[in-house]
Design a protein around this ligand. Sequence first.
Ligand code: UGA
Length: 450
Amino acid sequence: MAVISDHCQEIKVTLVDTDIQKIKAWNSDNPSRLPIYEPGLEEVVLRNRGKNLFFSTDIKNSIREADMIFISVNTPTKIKGLGAGYASDLKWVESSARQVAKYADGHTIIVEKSTVPVRTAELIENILNESQKMNQDLDKKTFSVLSSPEFLAEGTAIKDLENPDRVLIGGSDKKAMNLLSSIYKRWIPEEKILLTNVWSSELSKLIANAFLAQRVSSINSISALCESTGADIKEVVKAIGSDKRIGEKFLSPGPGFGGSCFKKDILNLVYICRFYGLETVANYWEQILYINVWQKKRISTLIIEKFFGTVSNKKIVILGFAFKSFTNDTRESPAIEIVKDLIENGANLFINDPKVSALQIEKEIGLKELEIDQFSSGSWQFSHDVISSAKDSDAIVLVTEWNEYKEINWKELTATMRKPAWIFDTRIIFSKEELNCLDINYWQLGTIKD
Ligand code: UGA
């Protein structure tokens, strides 16, 4: 929405939320208080806020004033009821639609931006139609529902929005589709704007994420095969990525994919397939998630095995807790499972991340900083300074590929570790030559030591 306001100065963009604290933070004069860390976002928000970009809790009047409403609420995996553990929970989409139905005035275009399973537009339409029927004066409220799913990735959101590979607009009301398209056309070439039917648009979002996650799980599965055979995953990636039909992007092996989308979307895809009786198709996609769980587990197991089966009382530094670099988001981060496993096995962890707070880590792993795990005596604390945390440590585990970690003087740092010490590079940030000149044991994902 900030990017739309930036490109369309004559359009008034209002973001509403029920969370007063969140809106307060977005309106804060202190840029570091904005609720999300996203490169470039702060500048766009500060440039337009108060001119044509507003943050408000006045949901009622904002809906009434709007010609177009984007529903951008979260759709987490259901934790109970029908489809629990797989289906997306649409309660926020539904309550948003009900509020739109109640407060809208005149003709309103509803754009579903949230990632939603196929046929959600239908649900929204049903809610709006019911409200229309109850409305005495039928001309007063009319609606068009469009689907325009978001393809931005965290960490590169502004870049992705400025220069998207494509924009999808799904719907049947051509006039409404053209209107939304005219907004995007202000900065996006027309040929990148794809007009589809509403179901294609909704399904494409799920499938795009499933294909991306599938690439990560595929390459992660091969990283293990490389470790067994002596092939080098970096060489394999280069060799297969050079084939234009495969492509080099999204082929980086790692500790497993995280983030709020891939797992949720694949679970939902699996649910939809099962719903339509396509059990074999469902099983096929579910394997991507199994590989992801397996990859995280095999990393923590491997660390423990390198210490001959016990990390009890070992001092281990964890570099990175965010699910990838350039974001402070920790949802589904592979670090969570790896860290929990190590603590459960008695390790004392020092966890560093340039953008994630100690409080956030505490929330994710469910153990307070410096609290001793009652079963294993493991613990964790926040590392404010990697260099001093590394002193006398037994191992360093690189989990997130922050640039900060590439810039460390590794020779000096490893010299202060307690020997025999280990580096576990799950993001392949080191070259083999760099690792070879360190006087230390190392393990790098997808390779075996020379
Ligand atoms: C993903 C998609 O890339 C976006 O297109 C989509 O819009 C978004 O989900 C969404 O549905 O909202 P995001 O989850 O922000 O974006 O981040 P990604 O860059 O896709 O990374 C996901 C995970 O995969 C990260 O943990 C990352 O480290 C991992 N990954 C990614 C790899 O391990 N290897 C790769 O080569 C790429």
